[in-house]
Write a protein that binds this ligand. Structure first.
Ligand SMILES: [Fe+2]
Length: 352
């Protein structure tokens, strides 16, 4: 508890060491962590979510809000602030904030507009409201640049976790949506674009990401609000911009980013995806539905899915066993039961 409170206090008060040199994360905390929980798609207007209590029982070192943390959906900044305060007013959220280090990025709804990107008129204002809500310190790098992306390392050499939180909204170009009859197995209209000039992350964030992938880490977690691997649903995902996804995979290979996997949200159900990248097994653990769930979307095709999809309220869990150099990726339900779990040795996530 002392450790976690320190980390939280440090982050809030700006004591979380802020990197100044190259090849360091934006934020560093030397405490070794072993349990990270995460979730997305939370609508406080739906009342109390049992997922917060289930997460609190796990006593994670870190909790990551991966986006659609509220349903803001407005250009009225007073209304947006009010909607954030509705999350802040939840007793369970307050307990979470007191007992763990809370990190966050956003997706479209808390950014401010459904399926939104760089054309959202209030993105600058929304960013400041977001950073205020998540108590970024005055000298936080996220206050000095556009977008809410950020990198966080925890631990000491040999036991270092880096969490990279991407911003898939602020810089995103308008993607062509193809309205019309949906193909079998799909639940949305998005199709992969062939226009390689369209970006998801934007050049500044790409440059930052490439630098961050060179920060020494024993486990690296890429937090993306939208799914990285699953791409056949017709929903928003990295597969809509195949050249950007290819760029991500090429960067991982270029920098030999072993022991790296993705976590994602957005889709209102949970699933684990795995794709072989030239012999490197890359995982994407999706947890969506702290409150919102959607059975129909969970039935959509995902060739990379391992096991079942779970359209129930859920949270993701990453448990690291440093002594045995292994970890477990899990999804828990409202009763704290692991409805999905996948053990992995670090050595299984390496470039050959
Ligand atoms: Fe979303």
């Amino acid at each position: 508890m002392i450790r976690q409170t320190f980390a939280l206090a440090a982050l809030s008060a700006g004591l979380f060491t802020t990197a100044h040199a190259e090849m360091e994360s934006d934020f560093h905390e030397s405490e070794i962590i072993q349990k990270i929980a995460f979730g997305s798609c939370s609508d406080p207007r739906k009342g109390r979510s049992p997922m917060f209590e289930a997460v609190l029982k796990e006593n994670p070192d870190v909790f990551v809000f991966l986006g659609d943390n509220i349903y803001g959906d407005t250009e009225d900044m007073e209304l947006l602030k009010k909607k954030w305060s509705e999350l802040g007013d939840l007793e369970d959220f307050q307990k979470l904030r007191e007992s763990t280090t809370v990190l966050a990025t956003w997706d479209d709804h808390d950014y401010g507009v459904n399926d939104g990107g760089k054309t959202y008129k209030k993105r600058k204002e929304s960013q400041q409201i977001f950073l205020d809500f998540f108590k970024d310190a005055d000298d936080s790098p996220r206050r000095k640049r556009e977008g809410v992306y950020g990198s966080y390392t925890f631990g000491t050499p040999g036991k270092t976790v880096q969490i990279l939180l991407l911003d898939t909204r602020y810089f995103r170009d308008v993607l062509p949506g193809a309205k019309g009859p949906k193909a079998k197995g799909t639940v949305g209209w998005y199709k992969p674009t062939e226009d390689a000039s369209l970006t998801l992350l934007g050049e500044t964030q790409w440059k930052w990401l490439e630098e961050q992938l060179q920060v020494p880490a024993d486990i690296r977690i890429i937090g993306s609000s939208i799914q990285v691997l699953a791409h056949e649903k017709g929903m928003e995902n990295w597969g809509n911009v195949p050249h950007e996804r290819k760029r991500l995979f090429e960067l991982l290979k270029k920098h030999n980013a072993n022991h790296t996997f993705a976590i994602s949200g957005d889709v209102h159900f949970a699933e684990l995806s795995k794709r072989d990248l030239d012999g490197y097994p890359f995982f994407d653990l999706t947890s969506s539905g702290l409150t919102n769930t959607q059975k129909g979307w969970a039935a959509a095709t995902n060739s990379y899915r391992i096991g079942d999809s779970h359209p129930v309220q859920n949270a993701g869990l990453i448990e690291i066993d440093w002594a045995n150099k292994s970890l477990e990726l899990s999804i828990i339900n409202k009763d704290g039961e692991k409805i999905l779990h996948h053990p992995l040795k670090f050595s299984e996530m390496e470039f050959k």
